[in-house]
Structure formats: structure tokens, C-alpha cells
Design a protein around this ligand. Sequence first.
Ligand SMILES: [Zn+2]
Length: 430
Amino acid sequence: MRILIKNGHVIDPANNIDMVSDILVEDEKIADIKAGITDTADTVIDASGKYVVPGLVDMHVHLREPGFEYKEDIVTGTKAAVMGGVTSVVCMPNTNPVADSASVITYIKDRAKKYGYANVYPVGAISKGMQGKELSEMGDLKEAGAVAVSDDGKPVSEPVLMRYALEYANMFDLPVISHCEDLSLADEGDINEGFMSTYLGLRGITRAAEEVQAARDILIAEALGTPVHIAHVSTRGTVDLVRQAKRRGVKVTCETAPHYFTLTEKAVDGFNTNAKMNPPLRTDDDVSAVIDGLKDGTIDAIITDHAPHHADEKKCEFSLAANGIVGLETSLALGITYLVKTGKLTINELIALMSNKPANILNIDKGTLSQGADADITIFDADREWTVNVNEFASKSKNSPYDGYKLFGKPEFVIVGGKIRVNNGVLEER
Ligand SMILES: [Zn+2]
């Protein structure tokens, strides 16, 4: 099976490639990348006027299987991924049962291999049952295929448990992904503490709830000399903490999500539960700090924190509504529209934040178009405008605040391991 991609504008930040070129895919691998390839192929894709980039790597996704299949499952979640140009999905362990054992990690990997549309990399839990009391068997998790550990959805509240987690995970070269939230400071709040919380009469969450734990985890990692990865950075303060720590040589990395560079707390006006998330949407000042952090290398990755919820979990009183939004089918377009079209980032910088940089944090062999690499490729036209319609999402859940938004750049062809999963913008059933 050979696929020839002709005349695309190839962007491969890992190899500093930014040129019009052809790519030949043979079986599951990238066989050649150069201009004027004349080999015959079973399928030829004309990519003139389009970008050809490494399949995107999203290192923070909730696939909800096992246990919450009414929200999403591995099949629908990976369909949503490829429709958004994401070919590698890193899924969080807050399932039921929690992914704190080799058997759950193996289950997820097997299901994904048999029925998935994208590559799936499970994250194991830091603590047993994500209870924050006792460490999981990280060696077993790693052996079963976990690429990181996290209790995401919940913080590791006990500082000493985080200390042991960083030391133990480091023995197995497992990155630790920290959901930073001081629960006592967060005080069961609903939205960012500020104008909107006062205006709407909702309970506020101080930015310190995130920053205090980010500072704590950075300092623990610094003392131990181990790496730590800070999840979903939402405030100027956290960006500053990571920037300063990196200057000191701390092995800290971090990520943010499109909603933290495209939306502010104003999006919750009218008690819009589709703008309710954790950490909450912040202010214009935080948005500009996040964008500066993306630009200067403080923030290493753009993730979605894809968090599908059933409509009933959002159509309720604001305080009772579930946190989070679906993101896989809009992340690339939000990056193009809000970062590249506005001149804040180059297309190269955006693609690096969504491909090779997250792959490097996790030490997975993805996010590049190198000859011999797995043929995971995303092709899109950055000038093509489209309107988000949640009813067209491949995801089971429709909880997006971007419904009706006009965005640029929708993936037209997506190849995973040499197989075309999205063909001319349409999902190819496997
Ligand atoms: Zn989280």
C-alpha cells in the first residue's frame, strides 16, 4: 500500500523542514520526503496549497472508557481525534475502574488497537484509585504501556505523596503530570474569582488555587532534581512560575489548552455551563500571558483536555454542572485562527506545540515526518473557513463553547500508521 502526497507545504518542526515537497508513504512508514517523487502509488493526494504536518499529538484527553461510555468511548474519542487532525491521543486515568493497574492499561491499549482510529497512549494513576493516599505500582503501569502518571481531575494534595511520586516515577522514566489545584483554596468554587463571579453571584476560585500547587510542585521537583509536567496552565502567575523555574534549570514542562488562549471568564455570562471548566476561564490579562508563554517557550504543549459530558450533566444548575469541554475537533483550527492568523505564532511554532514537543515530553516516537517514522500525517488548508457545528462532531458529547464559531483550517486528510482515516474531510470507517 503506497500513498503519494504531492506538492504540499510540509512543516516538520522536529527536522526544521518548511518547504513545498512530496511525501511517499509505504505500508506504515514514511518512505521518502523530497520534491518531485515520481514513484507510482495506490493513492495520490494533491496537497497543493495545503499544509502537510506531522499527525498531532494531544497529551491530555479523557476518553472515558472504561466506565463512562455514555460520555465517550475509545472508538468515538479516537474518531473525534482524527477529525481534528490528532493521530496520537494520550488518555487520562480517571476512568472506572481507575487506570491504576496493568490490567486497565492493557484493556485500553487492546481496545484502541482493535477498534481505535488514532494511536492511544494511556496515562496511569499516581495513586491507587486516585485517592491520593498510596502510590500505584508504577513499574507495572510502565510495563503495561503507560507513558506517564497523573491523578488528573484531582490534585495530589499531600505534598509528601507528590514527593514520593516524583522520585518513584523517575525510577521508571515516567513523566508526572500534575493537575495543580489546592482544594482548600479552590473552596468548591464555580468560576474564576473576579468580576464575573460577583456579577453572576457564583462562587469564585482564586487563581492562587492553581498557582500555590504549581509553585509547590516546581519546588519539590527542583529539590529532587526530577522532571514535573504542569497540566492545563490557566493564569499569568503559573506562566511566570514556570518561566522563572526554567531559567533556574528546573526540569519543568507545562501545557495549556485552546480555551485558555481564546476565551475569558466572560464566556460564562448567561450561566453558560459549556464554559465551565477546571481550572476556570480567566481574564484578558491571563490570555495574553498564556500566549506570551506559548511564544517564548515557557509553555511546551497545546492540549485539549477533551472532557466529554452527557447533555444532562451540562443542562442543569451552574454549580451542579460538570467541568470541562470537548476539544479534539476544534483545537487545530482554534490555534490557526487565534494564534497564527493573528500573527502571534508562526505555523511552525503552532505545529511544534501540537506534535514533536509533547511527544518529546512523553518520550514517544511520534510528532515527526522523518524518513522511516510512522506515517501519521495531517493535511489541512489554513485559509479554508468553516463553521463549528457540534451536531456534526464525531464525539458522543457536544459540550463545546465554540458552537457556531467561524474558524480557519479543518483537516482534510488524516493518515494514521499509513491508513487514511479522514479522506477529503470525511471519516473513513475502519
Ligand atoms: Zn486536570
